[in-house]
Design a protein around this ligand. Structure first.
Ligand code: PLP
Length: 383
């Protein structure tokens, strides 16, 4: 008998299961609105033209090799990424309050941050500090913080299903009533899965309570530039909070970096170089940087166009309910408000694949399939 015979079956990750079901579906009408990745109007993945160009430059550069990078990553990548997030004129950067670690994707960055906080925030190895994540949130937030040792991961109010928008009063209420020094995971822009962000005025209210109550802000910035098409606009909240010394970014103390190195060393030891080089070369050349911003805007604009068209089509069909939230929401995702039964109908009867929560990836919509999707939503709502 195998020593692994007792291993229990783990539940499939919903979003990948959905893609598998989509792949197995033979219908020519099928549409995948599940996984969160950009697609062109032909429904294809898109390698940004600027990335292709920079990849060629890198291949031709004989000075480069495949030696290990430093544990914290490529220095030019770390500094240019910090500037993108916080802005060229960031006081936090000028006052040397910023530290950066090149991580393995967004998930790796969350893991590094969570590990660091568990080890050193609010006393050493304080596993009891509450970590608040939005209700709903990107599902992995809960497990990443729990796996880093936090024993008390809780939801904070965010989505108002009734009005299909932000529950600001509920959110502020949770900020007022939680224990001081709690950690709050905030989505910098293009909230996943609701596509609903606070306005600048609302962010100011949120910041005021968080500062007064000594709460720790943990921004997850997964979609900067992709929400509005502007790096500046999408970084507004992060930059607003970073102006204050009271918010975490105290100092790139040598000790902090040394501890980050230790965490990285036992997790992936040192990061891969290729992606970081592409980013560093792109961001450090004014021409390539401009080209990249243009590429990002191309993607953001296509999403905005699909939002406008989907809303217009649902309104033209006279689908019951209001659909203004489709254009009020931002980024790749829209929380349609479809309930699980309606979602089931969409998947099983119409071959339109979306998450049970009603979340759709706007990038899955194209000028060719949008009529079928709108008609399917109409039928799901009216049947
Ligand atoms: N954080 C948020 C809010 C996300 O939406 C995602 C990706 O879906 C991630 C983190 C993870 O990013 P990555 O796929 O680079 O690990």
């Amino acid at each position: 008998m195998s020593v692994f015979s007792e291993v229990p079956q783990a539940a499939p990750v919903a979003v990948f299961k959905l893609t598998q079901d989509f792949t197995n579906d033979q219908s020519p009408q099928k549409v995948n609105l599940g996984v969160g990745a950009y697609r062109t109007d032909e429904g294809k993945p898109w390698i940004l033209p600027v990335v292709k160009k920079v990849e060629k430059l890198i291949v031709q550069d004989d000075s480069l090799n495949h030696e290990y990078l430093p544990i914290l990553g490529l220095p030019e990548f770390r500094s240019s990424a910090s500037k993108i997030a916080l802005g060229d004129d960031s006081p936090a950067i000028h006052e040397n309050r910023v530290g950066a670690v090149q991580c393995l994707g967004g998930t790796g960055a969350l893991k590094m941050g969570a590990e660091f906080l568990r080890r050193f925030y609010n006393g050493n190895n304080n596993t009891k500090t509450p970590v608040y994540v939005s209700a709903p949130t990107w599902e992995n937030h809960n497990a990443v913080f729990a796996n880093a040792g936090f024993e008390d991961v809780r939801p904070y109010k965010y989505w108002d299903a009734e009005k299909r928008g932000l529950d600001l009063a509920g959110f502020l209420g949770d900020l007022e009533s939680c224990p001081e020094r709690s950690i709050f995971v905030l989505h910098a822009c293009a909230h996943n899965p609701t596509g609903t962000d606070p306005t600048q005025e609302q962010w100011k209210q949120i910041a005021e309570v968080m500062m007064r109550r000594k709460l720790f802000v943990f921004f997850d910035s997964a979609y900067q530039g992709f929400a509005s098409g502007s790096l500046e606009k999408d970084a507004w909240a992060v930059r607003y909070f970073s102006f204050s010394k009271n918010f975490g970014l105290y100092n790139e103390r040598v000790a902090n970096s040394s501890q980050m190195e230790k965490i990285v060393r036992t997790t992936w030891s040192n990061p891969p170089s290729q992606g970081a080089r592409i980013v560093a070369v792109t961001l450090n050349s004014p021409e390539l940087f401009a080209e990249w911003k243009d590429n990002v805007k191309t993607m953001a604009d296509r999403v905005l166009l699909m939002r406008a068209q989907l809303k217009a089509k649902l309104q033209a069909l006279g689908t019951p309910g209001t659909w203004d939230h489709i254009t009020e929401q931002i980024g790749m995702f829209s929380f349609t408000g479809l309930n699980p039964k309606q979602v089931e109908y969409m998947v099983n009867e119409k071959h339109v694949y979306l998450m049970a929560s009603g979340r759709i990836n706007m990038c899955g919509l194209t000028t060719k399939n949008i009529d079928h999707v709108a008609q399917s939503i109409h039928e799901a709502v009216t049947k």
